[in-house]
Design a binder for this molecule. Structure first.
Ligand code: ADP
Ligand code: ADP
Ligand code: ZN
Length: 214
């Protein structure tokens, strides 16, 4: 099962991708998580990526594509995967299609988690990320048991630098310019499915399971 999650920053792609990965037993591959892990480890890739991420801009395609194509070649991907945050531009989608075509494979589902801009700002302002394991919460919609402490690993939670309101606006603009065209791209490919991302998390997940099958 090969799945792409589409949607604005903060639409709930990561939240749903984790649940999909768990239910269907496939890896969750988040390019944002990969970049943040590289930043934490202080790698060269991390240092390069950070300058773009902090400004709310996309990391250049050539820094992303090889990384993802390599990751998809690993053993745990033979039964499929759920891609979260990639592709984000038409050239990335074309490179992905080309890499899959070489293997005689095809993307199967592009799931667009549809949330209007008005809702996004609230979602991002309340998002909290764990510094230890990267788990994501929301102060109102998905709070931890103890305020500020990760349920999964006990480390502390932070507001991501790029989730501050000024940067969120920039990321939304970038989304509309560079990523939204992928909706047409995958619609033309005949694999686009849309879900209403303004519903509660469980209802969004139910809608996705209806698409993917039990
Ligand atoms: P969100 O889940 O809020 O949409 P991500 O964690 O997916 O955010 O991404 C955070 C940042 O990492 C993006 O704003 C961008 O700078 C960078 N990034 C992640 N994935 C990609 C990608 N496929 N192409 C370019 N930049 C990316
Ligand atoms: P993305 O990966 O698309 O950037 P996330 O999955 O990180 O989005 O979700 C963004 C924020 O919104 C998080 O704080 C998350 O807990 C919260 N969230 C996700 N889905 C919903 C939902 N259906 N209703 C309310 N809040 C949500
Ligand atoms: Zn944690």
């Amino acid at each position: 099962m090969k799945i792409i999650m589409l949607g604005a920053p903060g639409a709930g792609k990561g939240t749903q991708a984790k649940r999909i990965a768990e239910k269907y037993g496939i890896p969750h591959i988040s390019t944002g998580d990969i970049f943040r892990a590289n930043i934490k480890e202080g790698t060269e890739l991390g240092q390069k990526a950070k300058t773009y991420m902090d400004q709310g801009l996309l990391v250049p395609d050539d820094l992303v594509v090889d990384l993802v194509v390599d990751r998809l070649g690993q053993d745990d991907c033979t039964r499929g995967y759920v891609l979260d945050g990639f592709p984000r531009t038409i050239p990335q989608a074309e490179s992905l299609d080309a890499a899959l075509a070489k293997l005689g494979e095809k993307m199967e589902y592009a799931i667009d988690v549809d949330v209007p801009d008005e809702n996004i700002v609230n979602r991002m302002g309340g998002r909290r990320a764990c510094v230890g394991c990267g788990a994501t919460y929301h102060v109102v919609f998905n709070p931890t048991k103890v305020e500020g402490i990760c349920d999964a690993c006990g480390e502390k939670l932070i507001l991501r630098d790029d989730d501050k309101p000024e940067t969120v606006q920039k990321r939304l603009t970038v989304y509309h310019q560079q990523t939204q065209p992928l909706i047409d791209y995958y619609n033309n490919a005949g694999i686009l499915k849309s879900v209403d991302g303004t519903m509660e998390m469980d209802d969004v997940f139910d809608a996705i399971v209806k698409i993917l099958g039990e």
